[in-house]
Design a protein around this ligand. Structure first.
Ligand code: THU
Length: 136
């Protein structure tokens, strides 16, 4: 499958930050790259902790980078990790993405030894609850 230049840039940003992931416990390094509404790419990696449940995923790291850098909305998000299986966002991260992305935003999940899987946020998180329920 041939990638667009935009997805190549997102893939490369996710892969670059993935090398810096702090994942000494799972040894499962993940990178996430967001194309934001300001046209910039923001990346983040997973950050584990000796108190295991305190660790966080790559996606919220990328969301925090987006907000810190001035981006407000996710237009596209690319997640990379080890292996052949697409590294799809966990349930909690689907909800975190939901806060900042429209339902038709595409989420690309890519185990780097396999093929990328492209799904909309709505496919990943059907019948979801979001900010508009609270009139935000
Ligand atoms: N992980 C992510 O960072 N993002 C995903 O989409 C899947 C899982 C992390 C959490 C943990 O540090 C490691 O991968 C193993 O679950």
């Amino acid at each position: 499958m041939s990638m667009t230049d935009q997805d190549k840039a997102l893939y490369e940003a996710a892969e670059a930050v993935r090398q810096r992931a702090y994942a000494p416990y799972s040894k499962f390094q993940v990178g996430a790259a967001i194309l934001a509404d300001d046209g910039k790419i923001y990346a983040g990696c997973n950050v584990e902790n000796a108190a295991y449940p305190v660790g966080n995923c790559a996606e919220p790291s990328a969301i925090a980078a987006m907000l810190a850098g001035g981006g407000k909305r996710i237009r596209r998000i690319y997640v990379t990790g080890p292996g052949v299986m697409p590294v799809t966002p966990c349930g909690g991260c689907r909800q975190r993405i939901r806060e900042f992305a429209d339902l038709d935003v595409e989420v690309i999940s890519h185990g780097v030894d396999g093929e990328p899987l492209v799904q909309t946020l709505e496919q990943l998180l059907p019948h979801s609850f979001g900010p508009e329920f609270l009139d935000k």
